[in-house]
Design a protein around this ligand. Structure first.
Ligand code: UDP
Ligand code: MG
Length: 139
């Protein structure tokens, strides 16, 4: 399994703007298969646990506040070379630096409210997927 999955969240700004549909369509069109998916709201503590690697960063408080401000869609995606290909599809963290046609370039509001999350390694894809989904919820 390792190496062919990535984990994504459609973040509160994209849900609020009714962009979940178009984003999921782009994900499917790019060849990703949905392995697991749920619509839910994180508490601030849960967002803090998910983003624990960023605990010491200046934006941590704002990020966890934002990620718990409204519902998200969490999903596990499968494709060959999933992590790298998904990072390419979403574009740079800062939407003003994201390539034309990427999800963040099209839908992000700001560097914090940047429409989607994408795992940065195979190891983190597995850790993040199991933070949200049990084995019984992955098909
Ligand atoms: N973030 C932020 N300010 C920054 C950098 C990051 O608010 O200066 C937020 C943004 O929502 C980003 C998340 O923190 O998606 C995680 O940061 P990371 O560097 O891991 O970016 P990503 O992997 O999401 O591109
Ligand atoms: Mg990251």
């Amino acid at each position: 399994m390792t190496g062919n999955i990535t984990f994504t969240m459609i973040k509160p700004d994209a849900i609020e703007a009714n962009n979940a549909g178009p984003i999921l369509a782009m994900i499917n069109k790019a060849g990703f298969r949905i392995v697991a998916m749920k619509y839910m709201k994180l508490s601030k503590d849960q967002a803090g646990e998910f983003y624990a690697v960023h605990k010491e960063r200046p934006f941590y408080g704002e990020l966890t506040e934002y990620m718990s401000s409204g519902p998200i869609i969490a999903a596990v995606l499968e494709k060959e070379n999933a992590v790298a290909d998904y990072r390419k599809l979403i574009g740079a963290t800062d939407p003003s630096k994201a390539e034309e046609g990427t999800i963040r370039r099209l839908f992000a509001k700001s560097i914090a409210a940047n429409a989607v999350h994408g795992s940065d390694s195979d190891e983190n894809a597995e850790i993040e997927s199991s933070f949200f989904f049990s084995r019984l919820e992955r098909f």
